[in-house]
Write a protein that binds this ligand. Structure first.
Ligand code: AMP
Ligand code: ZN
Ligand code: FE
Ligand code: FE
Length: 277
């Protein structure tokens, strides 16, 4: 059998991805991926459908989610894998967080209005539909109504961290997100740590995170080596993937190119068997 091709980080329209679950799986299949995880922000809506389609087309689908937490005033993303998507606490948390995202989007729209931009929440909702609403949906709306010429200009001019229309999400401590993931039977990973200070990384390791995302499009080869070194040194797990969103983000080339080493994936499964949730 040929080598497995594993990508454990991608998004659908249930968060800020451009593709439906089915479209995403077909893309994955066309690129020869054998195992994927869908890791929508604050939503597990895609998972059930993805597992079913995956069974039909021969792709193993690992339940995943991406949560936003705060540490030292920085946003730290956490990936949860092998979570029980029916877990009640998890469901409650995700629902609450998605509601909070709507209030935050309204605050960002207010700021845009005060900058003289005629945009309203309905425009953004039209684009976001029933997904976890976030800055990418506002960026796409600004693009659609012609306020900016491309997706990235919307961030550069208005929506980037601490930009003129930026609003923070509600504060969630990494500890509570780690507990949520482990109580739902999952394994937790620090997502794309490339932009984080080492003190934050150490803090997360001390807080009991299970692993680190080593392979990610934002990491250069030295960072991949560096984070793999940390994983090995602290006996942590490694995950990795393309963080593929599709659409205006222009990351179409990434799917299929950022893969987790199969042995590292086996180590994740072994850890689950040692500590069944
Ligand atoms: P949110 O969760 O609503 O804060 O949106 C975060 C998402 O916005 C990230 O996952 C990125 O996809 C996107 N994003 C954040 N900052 C930038 C930026 N400076 N340029 C482009 N995209 C960004
Ligand atoms: Zn995203
Ligand atoms: Fe992220
Ligand atoms: Fe992501």
């Amino acid at each position: 059998m040929s080598e497995p091709k594993i990508d454990l980080h991608m998004h659908t329209i249930y968060s800020d991805g451009a593709h439906s679950t089915e479209e995403l799986l077909i893309r994955a299949q066309n690129l020869g991926l054998t195992t994927i995880s869908i890791t929508d922000h604050d939503s597990v809506y895609a998972i059930k459908e993805a597992v079913e389609i995956g069974k039909d087309i021969g792709i193993e689908v690992i339940p995943g989610v991406e949560l936003s937490t705060d540490l030292e005033d920085k946003e730290v993303h956490l990936l949860g894998y092998f979570i029980n998507i029916e877990d009640e606490e998890l469901q409650k948390y995700l629902l609450f967080f998605r509601e909070e995202r709507v209030y935050r989007a309204k605050r960002m729209i207010k700021k845009l209005n005060s900058l003289g931009i005629n945009i309203n929440i309905d425009d953004v909702m039209d684009i976001a539909q029933n997904s976890a609403i976030g800055r990418p949906h506002i960026a796409l709306t600004l693009l659609k109504i012609g306020v900016v010429n491309d997706y990235y200009e919307a961030f550069h001019k208005y929506l980037r961290d601490n930009g003129p229309a930026y609003e923070r999400k509600i504060h969630v401590s990494p500890q509570s997100a780690l507990k949520l993931i482990s109580d739902a039977g999952g394994l937790s990973f620090i997502a794309h740590p490339g932009h984080l200070k080492e003190s934050i990384l150490m803090n997360m390791i001390n807080a009991g995170v299970d692993g680190i995302e080593v392979v990610h499009p934002s990491h250069n080869q030295y960072q991949v080596k560096f984070y793999r070194g940390i994983v090995n040194h602290y006996c942590l797990l490694e995950c990795g993937g393309s963080d593929y969103h599709g659409g205006a983000k222009g990351d179409d080339d990434n799917l299929g190119r950022f893969l987790l080493i199969p042995q590292r994936f086996e180590a994740m499964k072994q850890m689950l068997h040692q500590n069944p949730g």
